[in-house]
Design a protein around this ligand. Sequence first.
Ligand code: ZN
Length: 196
Amino acid sequence: MGRDPFARTGRRSPAHGRDNGSDGGGRLFPPVAWDAAEPAGSSGLTADGFSRATFLEAPVCDGCGAGFEFDGGAFAADRCAACLAKPYAFQRARAACVYDDASRDLILKFKHGDRHEHAPLFARWISRAAADLIAEADAVAPVPLHPFRLISRRFNQAAEIARPLARMSGLAYLPDAWCGRGAPTARAARARGGGG
Ligand SMILES: [Zn+2]
């Protein structure tokens, strides 16, 4: 792809300062990439890892955040066929990147491997992908984990991403805003035949 998702934001990339979880080491040594023991590029990944990842940028479906193959212009529907046929329970969503062979390992290490230090990187990716939603938001609230799942994973990954996302976006962080018995987005995804 060759695009730097942070190039147009004017923000510091995760390769600088504490945001890469390097305990400040990034100020003294070249930061290490998240996907391999090599120096990180401006995205926080190696150059190879970054070129393989598919970051979701406009045009995307305004409902689920899936990428549109073509920009249909001003008169095109802003929702994908799946969302038009069967809308999700939520109104709008965004995803940072496509979940595929290039991103799976990084995500699963964070999800199941206690790799908390990936959270600021994912928060920065989401802050870009969801910039239009964040601009209209008043606060950031993580979806809670079911208590049993919280025991097995030991931490709520959504909260680990939501906290730095709120901070870098200048929004309030409301960790207890959601209440329920589980993760509704995961259940909704499964109900639609997706992952979760
Ligand atoms: Zn959609």
